[in-house]
Design a protein around this ligand. Structure first.
Ligand SMILES: Cc1cc2nc3c(=O)[nH]c(=O)nc-3n(C[C@H](O)[C@H](O)[C@H](O)COP(=O)(O)OP(=O)(O)OC[C@H]3O[C@@H](n4cnc5c(N)ncnc54)[C@H](O)[C@@H]3O)c2cc1C
Length: 363
């Protein structure tokens, strides 16, 4: 069996590693040249880390990332609402993790700079992926790991009905050794009591932190996304937040920050058509409150490769994969919306902890 993977992000690389390790002829085809960076950093649940750790251990490789074992939830005036133990989450810089995963996959099978264009069919079955440079990759199965804006998904299922997540996020990464030390091991979130505005902070290394401002755009927004405007906007929204928050903004390089319009989509009725199957954000998308996107991407890769290696044929593997994953990813879509609603319209008599604690991943 020859497998062609489209997209060399977390899901695509992890899928490639699993299949290659188990003797499957596989290629990963990524549109960007070189290492896929961007996106700054992310928090990963324990279940995702366990998958990565097993892959890294098998190759004697050291995983990047910073242990995050405590969630601290505060109000902007400093009132402590909750401190919770996390079951060993980690914060990764996206670039570090991509480099690590790419190092576990043979370079000769990783084709970068290849932008998927369309499939070539014979007898209504896909026989090759064609890229915009005219190159072709023939295969027996095609695994789309091309992210939330998946072209493959659009071509096999048609346009998706994205639901605007309403909430927006400004994200930045900042070099601040003092605070990286002070907040070590902690995901700290300051959230307003009666309206949708929050600031979160997570160390990614001994010297750096990733920060985000989540906001309900009805409270204020910025049209011009230039670095100067973005900086002014963040300062004005967060002026009543603790001094440490403004120190982080002071140290931040706003030319590398951006605004992320959150969104999701309803669970698809299936993740495959014939010999093409979707994984990761291409298959399902939840709002950011879940911090579960990467764990779900890795779990998809693990579960699908397990079924491909043990099933009679790829169709039964694809069906088993959907049966296994659909309920869990749908739970995250729904929980993401619940957390979003609690963020925008908080209950004045109680508070919701803005976090999902557990995912279930056992194949
Ligand atoms: C600002 C932000 C913060 C986030 N924070 C978190 C967090 O804290 N925790 C968490 O778990 N998740 C977080 N996520 C979500 C997480 O990043 C995704 O769920 C995860 O990256 C999904 O992995 P993936 O491999 O499916 O998709 P992606 O990481 O999007 O990878 C898709 C890959 O496909 C490639 N590609 C796209 N189109 C083509 C094409 N036509 N041809 C070839 N290649 C193509 C892309 O270049 C990319 O490399 C965050 C997302 C964002 C945007």
């Amino acid at each position: 069996m020859k497998a062609v993977i489209i997209g060399g992000g977390i899901a695509g690389l992890c899928m490639g590693i699993y299949l290659h390790k188990n003797g499957v002829d596989v290629s990963v085809n990524e549109r960007k040249l070189g290492v896929v960076g961007g996106g700054h950093a992310f928090l990963m649940h324990h279940e995702g880390i366990a998958i990565l750790q097993a892959l890294a251990d098998a190759e004697d490789c050291i995983l990047p990332g910073k242990l995050i074992d405590t969630f601290v939830f505060k109000r902007p005036d400093g009132e402590l609402m909750q401190t919770m133990k996390l079951d060993d989450w980690q914060c990764f810089k996206r670039t570090d993790l991509t480099i690590c995963l790419a190092g576990l996959f043979p370079a000769s099978r990783l084709n970068d700079g290849r932008i998927f264009s369309h499939f070539i069919y014979r007898d209504e079955k896909v026989i090759a992926a064609e890229f915009t440079d005219g190159t072709l990759e023939y295969g027996d199965i095609f695994i789309a790991a091309d992210g939330a804006n998946s072209i493959v998904r659009q071509q096999i299922f048609g346009d998706i009905n994205f639901k605007p997540g309403i909430v927006k996020e400004v994200v930045g990464i900042v070099n601040h050794p003092e605070f990286a030390g002070l907040y070590t091991g902690k995901f700290t979130k300051f959230q307003e009591k009666s309206r949708g505005l929050a600031f979160g902070l997570i160390p990614t290394s001994e010297t750096e932190l990733v920060w985000f401002m989540q906001y309900d755009p009805s409270l204020g927004d910025v049209k011009d996304r230039s670095a100067e405007q973005l900086k002014t906007f963040c300062f004005s929204m967060l002026k009543h937040f603790p001094k440490k928050v403004t120190s982080i903004l002071e140290a931040n390089d706003f030319t590398t920050s951006y605004i992320w319009n959150t969104r999701d989509f309803d669970l698809l009725p299936r993740f495959h058509r014939d010999n093409v199957v979707l994984i990761g954000d291409a298959a399902h998308l939840a709002l950011p409150f879940t911090s579960a996107g990467t764990t779900n991407a890795l779990t998809d890769a693990k579960v699908l490769s397990d079924y491909l290696l043990t099933s009679m044929n790829y169709l039964s593997a694809f069906e088993a994969y959907y049966a296994h994953r659909a309920a869990e990813v749908n739970k995250h879509v729904l929980l993401g919306r619940e957390l979003r609603d609690a963020f925008i319209s908080p209950d004045s008599s109680s508070f919701t902890i803005p976090l999902i604690m557990k995912t279930t991943t056992k194949p």
